[in-house]
Ligand binder design. Structure first.
Ligand code: SF4
Length: 238
C-alpha cells in the first residue's frame, strides 16, 4: 500500500492494531489499588491467614460499592462468602420506605441482575457467574419492587453504547441496535420478535466483538431476560 505522496506509509505500531495488548506490545501488569492493598497484608501475615478468609475458591475480602434503593449507600469491605442479603439488609439497612427488594444488579454495567429469591447467594466468583453476574469492581445496585427491569437495562445499554469505542461493528452497531429495541420496549411499543432479536444481537456481540466491552455488553440484557422475561413480554404492543 502506498500513500498519496507516493511514499510507503509508516507501519503502524503493532500495539495500535490490537484491542488487547500490553503497553508497547509487551506483557504488562495492571492491577487495581484494591489488589495492591492486599499484598503487604499477605506478606506480613502469611498466605494461610489470607486463605482462611472467604470461600473455597474466592479468598480474602472484597470492597462492594452499594448504591440504589438502599438506606445506607456505602463502600463496604466484607469477607468473600458474605451473602448478598447480608450486605443489603444487615450492613446497609435494607430498602427505604420498607418496600420489597426486587433484585440486585451486581458487577456494574456489564454485570447481571439477581432476583430477590436468590439473594442468599454468597459473594463468590463462581456463584455470581452461575447467575449471569460478574464480580467486576464490586458494584452492587439495589433495586426495589417499583423498578422496571426493562428501563433499568435500557439505562445500562445507553451507558455501554456511549462507552463503545466504535472500532468493531458487532459492538458499535450491535449495542446501538439493542438500544433501539429497548427504546421501543420502554414505550410499550415492542414488536413481536423483539425479544428474539435482542437475543440474536446479544449472541453476535458476545461472539464477534473485539474486546471485553462488546463481549460482555449482552450480560444485563440476557440476565434480565432470564429472570424478568415477563416484563419484556408485557412491553410488546398488543
Ligand atoms: S468491542 Fe466495543 S469497545 Fe471493544 S474494540 Fe470493539 S467497538 Fe471498541
Amino acid at each position: 500500500m502506498r500513500s498519496i505522496e507516493g511514499k510507503n506509509p509508516e507501519p503502524r505500531p503493532k500495539y495500535i492494531r490490537t484491542s488487547v495488548s500490553g503497553i508497547w506490545d509487551k506483557p504488562s501488569n495492571l492491577n487495581n489499588v484494591e489488589t495492591w492493598a492486599n499484598v503487604p497484608l499477605i506478606i506480613n501475615k502469611g498466605h494461610a491467614w489470607y486463605t482462611g478468609i472467604g470461600t473455597e475458591k474466592s479468598k480474602g475480602t472484597k470492597l462492594v460499592s452499594v448504591s440504589g434503593h438502599v438506606k445506607n449507600t456505602a463502600v463496604v469491605e466484607v469477607p468473600m462468602g458474605t451473602t448478598l442479603r447480608e450486605i443489603v439488609f444487615d450492613i446497609c439497612g435494607g430498602i427505604p420506605g420498607d418496600k420489597k427488594l426486587k433484585a440486585v444488579h451486581f458487577g456494574g454495567a456489564m454485570g447481571g441482575s439477581i432476583p430477590e429469591n436468590l439473594l442468599d447467594t454468597p459473594l463468590d466468583f463462581d456463584a455470581l457467574s452461575s447467575l449471569g453476574a460478574t464480580m467486576g469492581a464490586g458494584g452492587m445496585l439495589v433495586l426495589d419492587e417499583d423498578t422496571s427491569m426493562v428501563q433499568m437495562t435500557r439505562t445500562l445499554l445507553d451507558f455501554l453504547s456511549k462507552e463503545s469505542c466504535g472500532k468493531c461493528v458487532p459492538c458499535r452497531e450491535g449495542v446501538r441496535q439493542m438500544l433501539k429495541v429497548m427504546d421501543r420496549l420502554c414505550e410499550n411499543k415492542g414488536r413481536p420478535g423483539d425479544i428474539e432479536l435482542l437475543e440474536d444481537l446479544c449472541e453476535v456481540s458476545r461472539k464477534a466483538s473485539l474486546c471485553s466491552l462488546g463481549r460482555t455488553a449482552y450480560s444485563p440484557v440476557l440476565s434480565t431476560l432470564r429472570f424478568f422475561r415477563e416484563e419484556y413480554e408485557a412491553s410488546i404492543a398488543p
